[in-house]
Write a new protein. Structure first.
Length: 150
C-alpha cells in the first residue's frame, strides 16, 4: 500500500457516515443538467481529456474497483466500507496520474453551470451537516496527499 492507499483509508472512514446518509435512490443523482446543452458538452469534454491522459493501468484499476463496489451495494445503494475505500484509492491514483490542471479543468467546467445558490443548501439539508463538513474536510486532506504524489 502506498501513501494514496493509506490516505484513502482515512478519507473513507471519515466520510462513510455522510455517504450512508445520502438517499442514493433519489432520481436527482441520475440527471444531467439539461438547461445549457452546449455547456454540458464542454464539461464532458474536459472529462474526456482528463480520462485520455490517465495512466491506463490506474484507469483499469478504477473501473474494476467501481464494478466491485457496485456489486456490493446494499438495498439503499451504499457500498461496503472496504469497496468504498478501494474505489477512493483507485480514484486517487487516477487523479495523481494526470497534471493537476486537467483535474481543475473538470472542476471549473462544472462550476460554469452556475447551478444556483439554492442547490448547495438543499443538498446539505438532506444530510447531517456535521457529517458532510467532516467528509469535505477529509476530502481536502486526501487531495493534499494525491497532489504530493503527482
Ligand atoms: Mg465515479 C466522482 C458516481 C463510475 C471516476 N463518481 C464521482 C461522484 C459520484 C460518482 C459519487 C461525482 C458527483 C460528486 O462529486 O458527488 N461513478 C459514480 C457512479 C458510477 C461511477 C454512480 C457508476 O459506474 C455507476 N467513476 C466511475 C467510473 C470511474 C469514475 C467507472 C473511472 C474508472 N468518479 C470518477 C472520478 C471522480 C468520480 C475521477 C470524481 O472526482 C468524482 C468525485 O467524487 O468528486 C468528489 C460528491 C461525491 C460523493 C458524495 C462521494 C464521496 C466523495 C468524498 C470522498 C467525500 C465527500 C466530500 C464532499 C462533502 C463532497 C464533494 C464536494 C465537491 C468536491 C465540491
Ligand atoms: C478551490 C479554492 C481553494 C481551495 C481548494 C479548491 C477546490 C478545488 C477542487 C475541489 C477541485 C476539485 C476537483 C474535482 C474533480 C473531479 C474530476 C472528475 C473527473 C472524472 C472523469 C471521469 C471519467 C471518465 C473515465 C475515463 C474515460 C473518460 C470518462 C478513457 C480513455 C475551489 C479546496 C483547493 C472534484 C475524468 C475515468 C471513465 C469521461 O480550489 O482556495 O474541491 O474539487 O468516461 O476515458 O477511457
Amino acid at each position: 500500500a502506498d501513501k494514496i492507499d493509506d490516505a484513502a483509508k482515512v478519507l473513507s472512514e471519515k466520510s462513510y457516515p455522510f455517504l450512508k446518509e445520502i438517499d442514493w435512490t433519489d432520481g436527482v443523482y441520475g440527471v444531467l443538467p439539461t438547461a445549457k446543452p452546449l455547456e454540458v458538452l464542454k464539461a464532458i469534454d474536459s472529462m474526456l481529456v482528463m480520462g485520455a491522459a490517465m495512466d491506463p493501468e490506474a484507469l483499469k484499476a478504477g473501473v474494476l474497483a467501481h464494478s466491485k463496489a457496485i456489486n456490493s451495494v446494499d438495498s439503499k445503494g451504499v457500498t461496503t466500507l472496504a469497496d468504498y475505500t478501494a474505489t477512493n484509492a483507485a480514484i486517487g491514483h487516477m487523479v495523481a496520474s494526470v497534471p493537476a490542471s486537467k483535474t481543475m479543468d473538470v472542476y471549473n467546467a462544472f462550476n460554469e453551470f452556475n447551478l444556483g445558490k439554492d442547490v448547495g443548501p438543499y443538498m446539505m439539508s438532506k444530510v447531517n451537516a456535521e457529517d458532510a463538513k467532516a467528509a469535505y474536510k477529509a476530502f481536502l486532506e486526501f487531495k493534499d496527499v494525491v497532489k504530493a504524489s503527482q
